[in-house]
Design a protein around this ligand. Structure first.
Ligand SMILES: Nc1ncnc2c1ncn2[C@@H]1O[C@H](COP(=O)(O)OP(=O)(O)OP(=O)(O)O)[C@@H](O)[C@H]1O
Length: 231
């Protein structure tokens, strides 16, 4: 395990422990995400998938264990540096895309660029390019409530990827979609992430969605299940 792969992982969690109140969610989970890799995290409901994603993305601090991102301990970074790093290096997509309802699709995608210092015109031009990549260009002036679930989710992906993050964290990104819209979202995500060399941590309970990944790990009761089961 330690010397099989010479590539340093982009993100590594070691022996993560996390409880929500008295409910243990992670009980010593270790996982590595390599640069540009699409990794699916599967497992039964309640096995700790979302908690693992939140710890890796620096949204939640683990109670124990470590999260190392590009050589630095994410779990020990002061909040200010952590939120800065999340903004520059990470993108997130959740089951319900969480676009800002008052903004058009174009402005939702332009927002992270403007937060990063781009001017409005430039941000909107780049946002339009990304919406086009995700096949949402005709709907750029619609607000999230006026779009279909699949369109909104593809706009959410554009927003997550527009700043050129090193890693995208996607928690059940197709969970609220029918299977055709889900396929379109996953095709767009996998294609774009590969093209941009973005690593993706993909939480899903759906085997068809996990099939888009390069590799899959399964969580069981808060730990990563052994990779191969020899019957
Ligand atoms: N905010 C919270 N408060 C209390 N318990 C929580 C909270 N979030 C998660 N849990 C509990 O922690 C455990 C792991 O939850 P988590 O959401 O990480 O699992 P999951 O595999 O993503 O589940 P699902 O597939 O149902 O989303 C579960 O027992 C869950 O009930």
């Amino acid at each position: 395990m330690t010397n099989g792969d010479t590539t340093e992982p982009l993100l590594a969690a070691h022996q993560l422990v996390k409880a929500h109140g008295r409910t243990p969610a992670l009980r010593g989970a270790s996982v590595e995400l390599r640069a540009g890799e699409i990794l699916a995290v599967t497992g039964a409901s309640g096995s700790g998938k979302s908690t693992l994603l939140h710890c890796l993305a620096g949204i939640v601090r683990p109670d124990g264990g470590s999260v190392t991102y590009a050589g630095q301990r994410l779990d020990r970074l002061p909040e200010k540096r952590l939120s800065e790093l999340r903004r520059t290096d990470f993108g997130v997509v959740f089951q319900f895309g969480q676009l800002i309802p008052e903004l058009t699709a174009l402005d939702n995608v332009a927002l992270p660029l403007m937060l990063a210092g781009a001017g409005r015109a430039e941000a909107r031009a780049r946002a339009a390019e990304w919406l086009e990549r995700f096949g949402v260009l005709g709907q750029e002036d619609l607000r999230p409530g006026e779009m279909s679930g699949g369109q909104a989710q593809r706009a959410a992906l554009a927003r997550a990827l527009v700043t050129g993050p090193k890693a995208v964290f996607a928690d059940e990104p197709t969970g609220a979609l029918d299977s055709l819209a889900g396929e379109q979202v996953m095709t767009a995500l996998a294609h774009t992430a590969r093209e941009a060399g973005t690593a993706v941590l993909l939480v899903t309970h759906d085997a068809q969605v996990a099939a888009y990944a390069d590799r899959e790990i399964q969580l069981r009761d808060g730990v990563v299940a052994p990779a191969e089961v020899t019957a």
